[in-house]
Design a protein around this ligand. Sequence first.
Ligand code: T6T
Length: 317
Amino acid sequence: AAPAGADTTTPPPARPVTIAFVPIFGTDPFYMTMSRGARAAAQAVGATLLYQGPTEPSPVQQLQALSAVVARKPDVLLVAPADRTLMVAPLRKVSAELGIPVLCVDTFIGATDGRYQTGGGEVDFPLSYIASDDAAGGALAARALAKAIGGQGRVYVSATWPDVATLARRDSGFRAEMSRLFPQITVLPTQYTGMDPAKAATQLHDMLTLAPDLAGVFCINPGAAVGTFNALKEAGRSGAVKVAVVDATEQMVAALKAGQVDLIASQHPAEMGWLAAMLGFGAVAGQSIPPRVDTGFTVLDRANIDDPGINRFIYAR
Ligand code: T6T
């Protein structure tokens, strides 16, 4: 029997389906890995994937990429919105005026943390949100970092941009878990690097001045990590100050192996892309699709990094 909700009477689309995917930043290994998953799914169902991303993470550049891709009249749009507020109106236009269904991947718009299709809320039009749960990822990083520093001491969050919805949730999830479970750990104010390694390095030095006993840093993504761990090395504190980071890029894995990073939370971007493209195709074919898919996290460390069940979560360009 067909699973409840599956519409087995709808014929497949009569013409080839085009799936567009607009990431925050086209050359980011995270989104490139996601696009590989999306392309594999598109190929499996005979669809075409158009991947068009800005060369720099900025909502203005993302709008340009969006207009360019929409002009090619795709059947469905997968998008990782670069700003939870600024991208609402342009994406609403794509959905309501151009009639192109919108699915959010990785990041989201609006104030409901990626809960769409609830029949309410100011931003309810995306058909689905396919991503890891960043609050849970932040909490996972908090528990792993707390263990690495022996449950006490001062740490801070090195972030990139405040307006990317996922990153804000990673930060708040980390803080909430630390205060819930580890009263002897103090989380110092978040520093925003804007992905600039020089800025991350200066912030690390400032934090070491403020807290010479600094025990750990949670780097919200690789854009915050490189400057941080290089500056720790320069300060002769690699290994002593524990570093947790989200995203298992090859660069982060090399840093893990070199002892400059201690923990990596992988968020399975290939699966995100694969599932999003499949669901996008399903929506075009007239299937009902789930409004939320949680793709999970896996923690990588020096003890498990060579385990084949684990190292498949390393991002591959
Ligand atoms: O961490 C990912 C992604 O989840 C986030 O939304 C933006 O930054 C990354 O793309 C890493 O650069």
